[in-house]
Design a protein around this ligand. Structure first.
Ligand code: ZN
Length: 185
């Protein structure tokens, strides 16, 4: 996907015509415009966009398909420290265009159905659905970046110390005495 692109993705298209012409659409959708998605994340930067590339095509059996790639930078809530964490959501998908549940059931199982009207499909809504699908259910900071790290480590063995302190003390009782001496003042 080209970073220079700043065209807004068309909202409503005739996906069947696009598939017959094998059209590729690239563009952006302001995240602000996707309210269901906005309600599901901690937040995003002002003016943040989802970058979208959709490639419409037909297969050998004249099945209409759309293959897509999405990328959106968002802020999620880390479930360990409950603080904000930055994440770029990425999704890749291939959908079969259908206008009825019956058609959807006839799709080969590797194709997810994209239910549309006869001559129109809402690409923003499609994008929003796909973004919601890739939202991590339990987002967590990388361990080293999580502010709750120190609290966690208080309950865990010190990684820099002896792995088996009890057994070592038995092996060498004098080291225990040495420790006691240095700790007493
Ligand atoms: Zn965290």
């Amino acid at each position: 996907m080209s970073k220079a692109s700043s065209t807004e993705l068309p909202k409503t298209v005739d996906p069947y015509r696009l598939a017959e012409q094998e059209i590729v659409l690239e563009g952006e959708i302001p995240l602000q415009a996707l309210s269901r998605f906005g309600d599901s994340v901690f937040g995003f930067e002002d003016g943040a966009v989802c970058r979208v590339s959709l490639s419409f095509s037909m297969d050998g059996e004249r099945r209409r398909m759309v293959t897509g790639e999405l990328e959106a930078p968002v802020t999620l809530e880390c479930q360990r420290c409950m603080g904000p964490m930055q994440k770029t959501l990425v999704s890749r998908f291939t959908l079969g265009l259908v206008t009825s549940d019956e058609q959807a059931q006839q799709l080969p199982k590797e194709l997810e159905p994209f239910l549309t009207d006869d001559f129109s499909a809402d690409l923003w809504s499609l994008t929003e659905d796909e973004l919601l699908l890739v939202l991590p259910p339990f987002p967590l900071h990388e361990r080293d970046e999580c502010p709750a790290r120190e609290e966690l480590e208080a309950f865990e063995p010190d990684e820099s110390g002896d792995e088996e302190p009890v057994r070592k003390a038995e092996d060498n009782p004098f080291s225990v005495l040495a420790d006691l001496k240095t700790k007493k003042h």
